[in-house]
Design a protein around this ligand. Structure first.
Ligand SMILES: Nc1nc2c(ncn2[C@@H]2O[C@H](COP(=O)(O)OP(=O)(O)O)[C@@H](O)[C@H]2O)c(=O)[nH]1
Ligand SMILES: [Mg+2]
Length: 347
């Protein structure tokens, strides 16, 4: 039985496929009427409660640190304005970032009255956070055959792991991937992708050690075309992100792809490590110089108390968070759903 109150709608159109979270049937109908060239629509019953429960566990460090601070502040019985000042600090301590924290508290301030209870302050905070995240929430990507995805970001951020997790996720949806080891500078990096490839039963293309990544990508594209694999997922090196060389290298990879396959790369994911908090925002700014990023994959939200950085990252970069990484296992990647995320942190 499909839940009437919470369904995921999967739209299959001629040229793109995407999946949306729809809370109400009216929204579903509105969304449908906008999609004139829909070929198919199917809904999947979705147990929102279980998703939030799982996320709560994965996000427990951030959750606990925000909740503890919030409880202290809200129980203090102080004047409302003082409480709001302290809430700003709570948000900053959660790595949300100063400017974003101020913006959120300004929204909370207009939403509550002097007499309002602690619970309504908490709900106003929840609403303000969700409101800020919603416009940049990335719908789950349901790739179509022929898509090429490029993964960029600094070393250690989780590019290779996220690429493997997504290849496994796409395989479950019936699409095979060819993986490309574009990080030719670290022997271990090439080795790591081969191991993942074996585990998920996906072929891996790798060039010689220290080969020009763009030439490895060129060869990989020829192999991809010859084999007719559904998707091409390309890992890249992420030495020093401030290094102009790296950006030139990525630019060259992109040119090769665009020349060889129409519209490629179809997605460029910036992979960021949430556990470094505000530093992830600084790193991301460097990568914005490499134009064409289509979304963020935010990793390591499981092991950190700095999960608040999600909010600052979205607010600063105005890029959708497509997926979040919540562990080292293949299944530890989830589409980013703002409401569930905020509920998991605050409810
Ligand atoms: N806890 C946790 N660890 C992760 C996550 N994503 C990646 N890692 C780990 O972070 C380390 C670096 O990841 P890797 O994919 O090699 O990063 P890359 O250098 O950007 O390719 C590895 O030990 C991964 O297992 C995540 O979501 N949660
Ligand atoms: Mg790597």
């Amino acid at each position: 039985m499909v839940s009437r109150s919470f369904v995921i709608a999967v739209f299959a159109r001629k040229n793109s496929h995407y999946c949306s979270t729809i809370n109400r049937e009216e929204q579903l109908i509105t969304a449908l009427s906008k999609e004139l060239d829909i070929e198919a629509l199917f809904t999947i019953g979705y147990n929102g409660t279980n998703v939030i429960k799982g996320l709560k566990e994965k996000l427990s460090k951030t959750r606990k640190s925000i909740q503890d601070l919030l409880d202290d502040v809200l129980r203090s019985g102080r004047d409302r304005d003082l409480i709001l000042d302290e809430l700003t600090e709570v948000l900053i301590l959660s790595d949300i970032g100063y400017a974003t924290a101020e913006k959120i508290i300004a929204a909370v301030r207009t939403d509550i009255r002097k007499s309002d209870s602690v619970d309504s302050i908490r709900s106003a905070l929840q609403a303000a956070l969700t409101g800020l995240l919603l416009p940049y929430s990335g719908d789950e990507i349901i790739p179509k055959a022929g898509s090429v995805y490029l993964f960029v970001g600094v070393n250690g951020g989780g590019k290779t792991t996220s690429l493997a997790k997504l290849a496994a996720r796409f395989k479950e949806k019936g699409l095979d991937s060819l993986l490309v080891a574009g990080d030719t500078f670290r022997a271990a990096a090439r080795e790591q992708l081969s191991i993942w490839g074996k585990r998920i039963n996906s072929p891996v293309i790798q060039g010689p050690y220290e080969a020009d990544p763009a030439s490895v990508v060129y060869d990989a594209v020829q192999s991809y075309k010859a084999r007719g694999t559904d998707l091409l997922l390309i890992d890249t090196a992420g030495r020093v992100h401030t290094n102009a060389n790296l950006m030139n290298e990525l630019e060259k990879i992109r040119r090769v792809l665009g020349r060889e396959i129409e519209g490629a790369p179809h997605e460029i994911f910036l992979v960021l490590d949430a556990s470094i908090g505000q530093n992830a925002v600084h790193q991301a700014r460097e990568f914005l110089k490499f134009s064409g990023l289509t979304g963020i994959i935010l990793t390591k939200l499981d092991g950190t108390a700095k999960g608040g950085s999600v909010v600052g990252i979205v607010d600063e970069l105005k890029l959708p968070i497509r997926y979040i990484g919540v562990g080292e296992g293949l299944e530890d990647i989830h589409p980013f759903l703002p409401k569930e995320f905020v509920d998991a942190l605050l409810s």
